[in-house]
Write a protein that binds this ligand. Sequence first.
Ligand code: SF4
Length: 199
Amino acid sequence: MNDVPGPPPESQLLAGLARLGQAVRMEAWRNAGPHKLSPLQADIVGLIHGSRAALRQGDIVAALASTPPTVSDAVKVLRRKELLAATRDPADARAVLLTLTETGRAEAERLNVMSESLGSAVATLPEGDFAATLRGIVTLMRELQERRLIPVSQMCLTCRFYVPDAHPPETGRPHHCNFVDAPFGDAELRVTCPDHELP
Ligand code: SF4
Protein backbone atom coordinates (compact mmCIF):
# COMPACT_ATOMS: atom_id res chain seq x y z
CA MET A 1 0.00 0.00 0.00
CA ASN A 2 1.36 3.44 -0.90
CA ASP A 3 1.66 6.27 1.59
CA VAL A 4 -0.52 9.27 0.96
CA PRO A 5 1.54 11.95 -0.84
CA GLY A 6 3.18 14.98 0.73
CA PRO A 7 5.35 15.70 3.77
CA PRO A 8 4.84 13.63 6.96
CA PRO A 9 1.90 14.22 9.33
CA GLU A 10 3.95 16.30 11.82
CA SER A 11 4.88 18.71 8.99
CA GLN A 12 1.25 18.81 7.86
CA LEU A 13 0.16 19.76 11.40
CA LEU A 14 2.77 22.53 11.65
CA ALA A 15 1.84 23.82 8.17
CA GLY A 16 -1.79 23.93 9.27
CA LEU A 17 -0.93 25.85 12.44
CA ALA A 18 1.14 28.31 10.39
CA ARG A 19 -1.83 28.89 8.05
CA LEU A 20 -4.10 29.52 11.03
CA GLY A 21 -1.54 31.96 12.44
CA GLN A 22 -1.55 33.79 9.10
CA ALA A 23 -5.34 34.01 9.22
CA VAL A 24 -5.27 35.50 12.73
CA ARG A 25 -2.56 37.98 11.71
CA MET A 26 -4.42 39.03 8.55
CA GLU A 27 -7.56 39.58 10.61
CA ALA A 28 -5.54 41.74 13.02
CA TRP A 29 -4.45 43.93 10.08
CA ARG A 30 -8.09 44.19 8.92
CA ASN A 31 -9.13 45.10 12.50
CA ALA A 32 -6.67 48.02 12.81
CA GLY A 33 -9.52 50.16 14.15
CA PRO A 34 -9.74 53.91 14.75
CA HIS A 35 -6.09 54.16 15.88
CA LYS A 36 -4.79 52.18 12.90
CA LEU A 37 -2.93 49.71 15.09
CA SER A 38 -0.48 47.22 13.62
CA PRO A 39 -0.85 43.64 14.96
CA LEU A 40 2.17 44.21 17.24
CA GLN A 41 0.72 47.45 18.61
CA ALA A 42 -2.58 45.63 19.20
CA ASP A 43 -0.72 42.80 20.96
CA ILE A 44 0.99 45.30 23.28
CA VAL A 45 -2.31 46.98 24.15
CA GLY A 46 -3.87 43.55 24.83
CA LEU A 47 -0.91 42.38 26.89
CA ILE A 48 -0.92 45.45 29.16
CA HIS A 49 -4.70 45.24 29.47
CA GLY A 50 -4.49 41.61 30.59
CA SER A 51 -1.75 42.31 33.11
CA ARG A 52 -2.50 43.10 36.76
CA ALA A 53 0.54 45.38 37.10
CA ALA A 54 2.20 47.98 34.89
CA LEU A 55 4.78 46.46 32.56
CA ARG A 56 8.33 47.39 31.66
CA GLN A 57 9.35 47.38 28.04
CA GLY A 58 11.53 44.32 28.75
CA ASP A 59 8.47 42.41 30.01
CA ILE A 60 6.75 43.10 26.70
CA VAL A 61 9.77 41.99 24.67
CA ALA A 62 9.87 38.70 26.58
CA ALA A 63 6.12 38.06 26.54
CA LEU A 64 5.78 38.70 22.80
CA ALA A 65 9.10 37.06 21.82
CA SER A 66 10.06 40.25 20.01
CA THR A 67 13.18 42.42 20.03
CA PRO A 68 13.88 45.58 22.08
CA PRO A 69 14.09 47.92 19.03
CA THR A 70 10.85 46.58 17.55
CA VAL A 71 8.93 46.93 20.81
CA SER A 72 10.53 50.31 21.51
CA ASP A 73 9.30 51.65 18.15
CA ALA A 74 5.79 50.28 18.73
CA VAL A 75 5.65 51.74 22.26
CA LYS A 76 6.71 55.16 20.93
CA VAL A 77 3.89 55.06 18.38
CA LEU A 78 1.36 53.97 21.02
CA ARG A 79 2.44 56.83 23.30
CA ARG A 80 2.10 59.26 20.38
CA LYS A 81 -1.41 57.90 19.79
CA GLU A 82 -2.06 58.52 23.51
CA LEU A 83 -2.95 54.89 24.18
CA LEU A 84 -0.03 54.28 26.57
CA ALA A 85 1.26 56.28 29.52
CA ALA A 86 4.77 55.92 30.93
CA THR A 87 5.86 56.61 34.50
CA ARG A 88 9.25 56.21 36.18
CA ASP A 89 9.71 52.84 37.85
CA PRO A 90 10.29 53.56 41.56
CA ALA A 91 12.39 50.38 41.74
CA ASP A 92 14.74 51.44 38.91
CA ALA A 93 15.24 55.06 37.90
CA ARG A 94 16.35 54.05 34.39
CA ALA A 95 13.21 52.02 33.67
CA VAL A 96 9.69 53.18 32.86
CA LEU A 97 6.42 51.45 33.63
CA LEU A 98 3.80 51.32 30.90
CA THR A 99 0.06 51.45 31.52
CA LEU A 100 -2.96 52.07 29.33
CA THR A 101 -4.57 55.49 29.20
CA GLU A 102 -8.35 55.72 29.24
CA THR A 103 -8.30 55.75 25.43
CA GLY A 104 -5.98 52.74 25.53
CA ARG A 105 -8.37 50.83 27.79
CA ALA A 106 -11.28 51.58 25.46
CA GLU A 107 -9.21 50.32 22.53
CA ALA A 108 -8.31 47.16 24.47
CA GLU A 109 -12.02 46.52 25.08
CA ARG A 110 -12.68 46.94 21.36
CA LEU A 111 -9.86 44.52 20.52
CA ASN A 112 -11.27 41.97 23.00
CA VAL A 113 -14.40 41.53 20.90
CA MET A 114 -13.78 38.46 18.79
CA SER A 115 -13.71 38.91 15.03
CA GLU A 116 -16.99 37.84 13.49
CA SER A 117 -15.35 35.90 10.65
CA LEU A 118 -12.85 34.02 12.85
CA GLY A 119 -15.37 33.47 15.65
CA SER A 120 -18.00 32.05 13.31
CA ALA A 121 -15.41 29.74 11.72
CA VAL A 122 -14.38 28.40 15.16
CA ALA A 123 -18.06 27.97 16.06
CA THR A 124 -18.46 25.42 13.26
CA LEU A 125 -16.27 22.93 15.18
CA PRO A 126 -18.32 20.21 16.88
CA GLU A 127 -18.06 20.38 20.69
CA GLY A 128 -15.72 17.38 21.00
CA ASP A 129 -13.43 18.63 18.21
CA PHE A 130 -13.26 22.06 19.85
CA ALA A 131 -12.18 20.57 23.20
CA ALA A 132 -9.67 18.21 21.56
CA THR A 133 -8.20 21.04 19.47
CA LEU A 134 -7.80 23.30 22.49
CA ARG A 135 -6.25 20.48 24.52
CA GLY A 136 -3.83 19.69 21.68
CA ILE A 137 -2.84 23.33 21.28
CA VAL A 138 -2.12 23.93 24.98
CA THR A 139 -0.22 20.63 25.25
CA LEU A 140 1.95 21.64 22.29
CA MET A 141 2.41 25.14 23.73
CA ARG A 142 3.61 23.74 27.05
CA GLU A 143 6.08 21.47 25.27
CA LEU A 144 7.45 24.42 23.27
CA GLN A 145 7.63 26.53 26.43
CA GLU A 146 9.59 23.83 28.24
CA ARG A 147 12.00 23.77 25.29
CA ARG A 148 12.22 27.58 25.53
CA LEU A 149 11.03 27.96 21.95
CA ILE A 150 8.13 30.26 22.91
CA PRO A 151 7.58 32.48 25.97
CA VAL A 152 5.65 31.15 28.93
CA SER A 153 2.07 32.37 28.66
CA GLN A 154 -0.68 32.69 31.23
CA MET A 155 -2.28 29.34 30.51
CA CYS A 156 -3.80 26.73 32.80
CA LEU A 157 -1.09 24.16 32.17
CA THR A 158 1.55 26.45 33.73
CA CYS A 159 -0.67 27.80 36.51
CA ARG A 160 -0.34 27.00 40.20
CA PHE A 161 -4.12 26.89 40.53
CA TYR A 162 -4.53 24.18 37.89
CA VAL A 163 -5.26 20.63 39.06
CA PRO A 164 -5.61 18.30 36.04
CA ASP A 165 -7.84 15.25 36.25
CA ALA A 166 -9.04 16.11 39.76
CA HIS A 167 -12.56 14.80 39.03
CA PRO A 168 -13.89 11.65 37.32
CA PRO A 169 -13.73 11.92 33.50
CA GLU A 170 -17.41 10.99 33.16
CA THR A 171 -18.33 14.35 34.72
CA GLY A 172 -17.03 16.01 31.53
CA ARG A 173 -15.24 18.56 33.75
CA PRO A 174 -12.22 16.64 35.06
CA HIS A 175 -9.89 19.56 35.85
CA HIS A 176 -10.09 21.95 38.78
CA CYS A 177 -9.24 25.64 39.07
CA ASN A 178 -8.26 26.39 42.66
CA PHE A 179 -8.49 30.13 42.03
CA VAL A 180 -12.25 30.00 41.62
CA ASP A 181 -12.58 26.53 43.25
CA ALA A 182 -14.51 25.09 40.31
CA PRO A 183 -14.23 22.10 37.99
CA PHE A 184 -13.83 22.60 34.24
CA GLY A 185 -13.33 20.61 31.04
CA ASP A 186 -10.87 20.68 28.15
CA ALA A 187 -13.12 23.06 26.22
CA GLU A 188 -12.60 25.68 28.98
CA LEU A 189 -8.80 25.44 29.19
CA ARG A 190 -7.32 28.94 29.24
CA VAL A 191 -4.50 29.95 26.89
CA THR A 192 -4.45 33.35 28.53
CA CYS A 193 -5.96 34.12 31.92
CA PRO A 194 -5.69 37.29 34.03
CA ASP A 195 -5.64 35.24 37.26
CA HIS A 196 -2.80 32.95 36.19
CA GLU A 197 0.12 32.55 38.59
CA LEU A 198 3.25 30.51 38.07
CA PRO A 199 3.87 27.75 40.67
S1 SF4 B 1 -6.51 30.77 37.44
FE1 SF4 B 1 -6.83 30.86 35.21
S2 SF4 B 1 -4.99 29.87 34.35
FE2 SF4 B 1 -5.08 29.32 36.52
S3 SF4 B 1 -6.14 27.33 36.54
FE3 SF4 B 1 -7.67 28.95 36.88
S4 SF4 B 1 -8.50 29.37 34.83
FE4 SF4 B 1 -6.54 28.27 34.54
